[in-house]
Ligand binder design. Structure first.
Ligand SMILES: NC(=O)c1ccc[n+]([C@@H]2O[C@H](COP(=O)([O-])OP(=O)(O)OC[C@H]3O[C@@H](n4cnc5c(N)ncnc54)[C@H](O)[C@@H]3O)[C@@H](O)[C@H]2O)c1
Ligand SMILES: O=C(O)C(=O)C[C@@H](O)[C@H](O)[C@H](O)COP(=O)(O)O
Ligand SMILES: [Zn+2]
Length: 361
């Protein structure tokens, strides 16, 4: 069964199409593009290209492909320059179309290539990880990392459509599935207490009958937030709420070295840290921290740093966060499970003590 929801953004609106297998739908869209004289170029990574070779061929036929090495390292200035050269070598013109077939790394990289090549061409998202299905393929944040910090260069560039074919998750390694669950738990914590309660009661697995419904629910939640604050300009709350756990998580990713922690693993520790910060601010009690830790751990995710990391380096990395305004860090904290708010008045000593609680020194 094929279902669809729309991300309503005026003339940048687009559908998110859901189904177990969507080869026919994607192939039909590619045929339509070709018939209109538009070139299609695919960006993917080596592991996805191998694990999902049949789906890739069925969806995208013989469209030229650029295959990057798998992993966070591909979100770099070096690799995006290679992608630009590839698109130019294919003589993609302004009618050309980029298709991201992969996880969040491929989506962010290909999306930013599409946003910048010829000052912007169209792109489509075909997410192949749980994380990309529930989060990165929707909303139009694209970009790459710098040595100075996560996602420091990028653009808002909405896709033309997102095709969420949950069948491809059958080959996703368990560690990567768990990483995606960090973002799912995030949606529960920031705005969906019922989803959170379900996850806390019964951990979600790739075999869960409810998996496809949970993916749709997360996409709908993200669509609503993005529709209300596409460019993350709200003075408080708004799209920044999707950053729950990320102020801590991005610092971990950077300081540990990109790839040492998967994005979802760093966010998992970040969610626990955000819950602890919320308790330190007097917003929630011990039971919320205990619940968040238990739910994160039940999904095979870390609740603290695997090895100690220097606290000062983590604080310095946080200072590069994109939510910093006039030198003040903005945190996303919990008022309750299912209700998150932004706060820009947090004492650094509280942040230090939370970092120590999750294993920094
Ligand atoms: N733009 C956004 O809104 C947004 C949101 C969340 C995360 N992100 C970004 O997404 C990235 C993380 O994405 P990710 O967790 O998808 O990681 P990823 O893209 O690195 O994919 C994870 C791994 O799984 C492999 N893989 C992917 N699909 C597979 C499949 N179906 N079968 C077998 N192997 C498969 C990949 O080759 C890779 O090794 C981070 O860079 C993060 O910053 C962006
Ligand atoms: O879409 C958003 O907005 C998010 O914050 C989703 C996050 O899960 C994602 O990791 C995003 O890339 C973080 O954005 P950033 O602006 O903090 O780099
Ligand atoms: Zn994220």
């Amino acid at each position: 069964m094929v279902e669809q929801l729309t991300v309503n953004l005026g003339d940048r609106s687009y559908p998110i199409v859901f189904g177990a297998e969507l080869a026919r739908e994607v192939a039909a869209e590619v045929k339509r593009l070709h018939a209109a004289g538009r070139k299609v170029a695919v960006i993917t990574d080596r592991r996805v290209a191998q694990a999902q070779s049949a789906v890739l061929a069925a969806m995208l036929g013989d469209a030229p492909q650029f295959v990057v090495e798998a992993g966070e390292g591909a979100k770099s200035a070096r690799v995006i320059a290679e992608v630009w050269e590839f698109l130019a070598a294919q003589r993609l013109d302004r009618g050309g179309v980029v298709v991201a077939f992969g996880g969040g790394v491929v989506g962010d990289l290909a999306g930013f290539a599409a946003a910048s090549y010829l000052r912007g061409v169209a792109f489509y998202q075909v997410p192949t990880t749980l994380l990309a299905m529930v989060d990165s393929s929707v909303g139009g944040k694209t970009g790459i990392n710098l040595a100075a910090g996560k996602n420091l260069v990028g653009a808002f560039h909405q896709p033309q459509a997102v095709y969420v074919a949950t069948g491809v998750l059958s080959t996703l390694p368990p560690r990567e599935f768990a990483a995606g669950m960090a973002e799912v738990i995030k949606y529960g914590l920031l705005g969906d207490a019922e989803l959170y309660a379900d996850l806390a009661a019964t951990p979600l697995t790739v075999e869960s009958e409810t998996l496809a419904a949970v993916v749709r629910r997360c996409c709908a939640a993200k669509a609503r937030v993005v529709e209300a604050d596409e460019f993350e300009t709200a003075k408080s709350g708004g799209r920044a709420l999707l950053n729950l756990g990320h102020t801590f998580g991005h610092a971990i990713e950077k300081v540990a070295g990109y790839g040492a922690y998967l994005h979802g693993e760093a966010v998992a520790v970040g969610l626990v840290a955000a819950a602890r910060l919320s308790r330190a601010l007097g917003l929630v009690g011990d039971e919320v921290v205990a619940s968040v830790e238990a739910t994160v751990a039940a999904h095979a995710l870390p609740v603290r740093l695997r090895e100690p990391i220097a606290l000062d380096a983590l604080l310095a990395a946080m200072a590069q966060d994109k939510k910093v305004r006039a030198g003040r860090l903005r945190f996303v904290v919990l008022e309750a499970i299912g209700t998150a708010v932004t706060r820009d008045d947090v004492d650094t000593e509280l942040v230090r003590s939370v970092w120590r609680e999750v294993g920094a020194e």
